[in-house]
Design a protein. Structure first.
Length: 537
């Protein structure tokens, strides 16, 4: 919003050359006094906009400084704006393809960094406007409509009017006169709603109406709009812009066979063009005067034809010289920036690859160490189980109740197998998933997607925790089975009756299920959560 408002203030000041130096001095003072880098970027961009009309070299210099500073401080909105304004300067010099390249770069910076405000909308508008200039009216209209929607959403009405007017011009170039008229009326109505007839776009809109009516075959309506346009532009001494409506008025009078009027307004066009030193307008006015004098004054016709040729030579000479010099400089600086970006990217890839290798080595060592510890623990547990089993076998000879347990153990084994299968299924499933996650993590690391790899590592950690949880569950079932088959000491111990009842209920269910696959049953428990542990044998 700040850029848009200030931009139009700058444009207004440009209409009077006596104000240009004041504007530049003020911006340069602000640049020196700026305390933040982002403020410096803003002032550099405003200096670019101030200079590009009449000093493209200076405009490009300030745009380049704004671009370099924005990239240095990673101010992405400033980077996008600087690229857009560089494109506008290059476009002023007549190189539309290079300007389009810079506008597209500006849009990519805005989209990559999720900038949805003025910077993106401005880039979209200039891409569309340039496509239209290059004759690709479909792409031109599409991009400008996108920019209009975005400017509407952020309520920058002056830019909405500009886009609507540019859409009208685009449709006018492609001879879609009805569409041109619709969008020019939209621009006209928006202007009256928000700015009134004093809005800076008003004469431009009138000029476009004149062109539309001229092409539609309504010469009087066209003349009315051209004269109205001249009246408003004259208030600002905009000689370069007055030259065009005067020229078109002369052409209309020529078609109406009003030779004297045509010559008069062609001279007015040439006069304005000379005052503003705009060679394209001088060339066009000179050609028209040569054509008008051809039938009755060959000498004057020859003079004006030579004037037109001289203006054309000057125009192409200046455009070619400025375009080659400035575009070459821009290309070289962009090439150096891209080289440095590529080198930095390679360095990042190398760092990520090294970090990934270190992580992989550490992970392998950790896994080996973990497996070794786990093997030792399992060996100790097996030794303890064997010792306990031997002790239990000896004790069973002296206890009748123990023999009864051994008799029921065969039936319970099937139930225990079903009960222990559930945690084992979880362990197997999460192990397979973890193996796949390791593969995915390696792929993300190869791509350089560190954040994605970290998320996969977190998933992997959770899977390992679940494997550990269900492993402990299986272990507790085995422990319960061993306790069931162990020797009774006839000593009362504090026992959670709820847990004991729940465990044997499930063992009973799975025991029956193991004998008869068709067996189906539902069971529900209703335990007293406040029940304390009870001493039982």
């Amino acid at each position: 919003m700040k850029y848009a408002i200030t931009f139009y203030l700058v444009l207004q000041s440009l209409l009077c050359f006596s104000q240009i130096d004041k504007t530049i001095d003020s911006l340069k003072s602000e640049l020196v006094l700026s305390k933040s880098d982002t403020s410096r970027v803003s002032n550099l961009i405003l200096l670019t906009k101030t200079y590009w009309i009449y000093k493209p070299d200076s405009a490009l210099h300030y745009a380049q400084r704004a671009l370099e500073l924005s990239r240095e401080i990673q101010f992405h909105a400033g980077e996008s704006d600087a690229l857009t304004n560089m494109g506008l300067v290059i476009q002023t010099l007549g190189n539309n393809p290079k300007a389009l390249e810079l506008f597209i770069k500006a849009l990519r910076v805005a989209e990559k960094n999720n900038i949805k405000g003025f910077s993106k909308a401005h880039a979209l508008y200039n891409i569309g406007e340039t496509y239209s200039r290059l004759g690709d009216y479909q792409n031109g209209s599409n991009f400008m409509k996108l920019s209009k929607n975005l400017f509407d959403s952020i309520e920058i009405h002056s830019m909405v009017q500009m886009v609507e007017h540019s859409l009208a011009e685009s449709f006018l170039r492609s001879n879609q006169l009805d569409s041109a008229n619709i969008y020019n009326k939209m621009a006209y109505n928006d202007l009256l709603l928000h700015n009134g007839k004093n809005g800076e776009a008003f004469p431009y809109i009138l000029f476009t109406f004149g062109n539309i009516y001229s092409k539609k075959g309504y010469p009087q309506l066209a003349l009315n709009n051209y004269f109205e346009c001249i009246k408003y532009v004259s208030n600002y001494n905009g000689f370069s812009y007055i030259a065009k409506p005067y020229l078109f008025i002369a052409q209309i009078y020529q078609k109406l066979n009003k030779q004297d009027s045509a010559i008069y307004f062609a001279h007015k066009s040439l006069e304005m063009a000379k005052k503003s030193s705009t060679y394209d307008n001088i060339e066009n006015a000179g050609k028209l005067l040569a054509e008008l004098y051809r039938t009755n004054d060959w000498k004057k016709a020859s003079q004006y034809y030579e004037l037109a040729l001289a203006a054309k030579d000057s125009l192409y000479s200046i455009a070619e010289r400025n375009t080659f010099k400035n575009v070459t400089e821009v290309d070289e600086k962009e090439r150096q920036y891209e080289i440095s970006q590529t080198e930095n990217q390679y360095k990042q890839y190398g760092f990520i690859a090294g970090l990934g290798t270190m992580f992989l080595i550490g992970f392998i060592l950790y896994q080996n160490n973990r497996k070794e510890k786990k093997a030792k623990i399992q060996l100790q547990e097996k030794n303890q189980i064997i010792e306990q089993t031997l002790s239990n076998l000896k004790a069973t000879q002296a206890q009748l109740i123990q023999s009864e347990k051994l008799a029921s153990l065969g039936e319970l084994t099937a139930g225990i197998a079903h009960e222990i299968q559930n945690p084992l299924n979880f362990v197997n499933n999460f192990s397979e998933i973890s193996s796949e996650l390791v593969g995915e993590m390696n792929q993300e690391l190869d791509k350089g997607e560190i954040n994605e790899a970290k998320e996969i590592a977190n998933d992997l950690k959770q899977n390992l925790e679940k494997i550990n949880l269900h492993g402990k569950r299986a272990s507790s079932i085995v422990k319960g089975m061993l306790e069931h088959s162990g020797t009774s000491t006839s000593k009362k111990e504090l026992t959670d009756i709820n847990a004991l009842a729940d465990e044997y209920l499930r063992l009973s269910y799975h025991g029956i299920k193991a004998k008869d696959n068709s067996f189906e049953s539902e069971y529900q428990t209703d335990f007293d959560a406040t029940l304390p542990k009870i001493e039982v044998i």
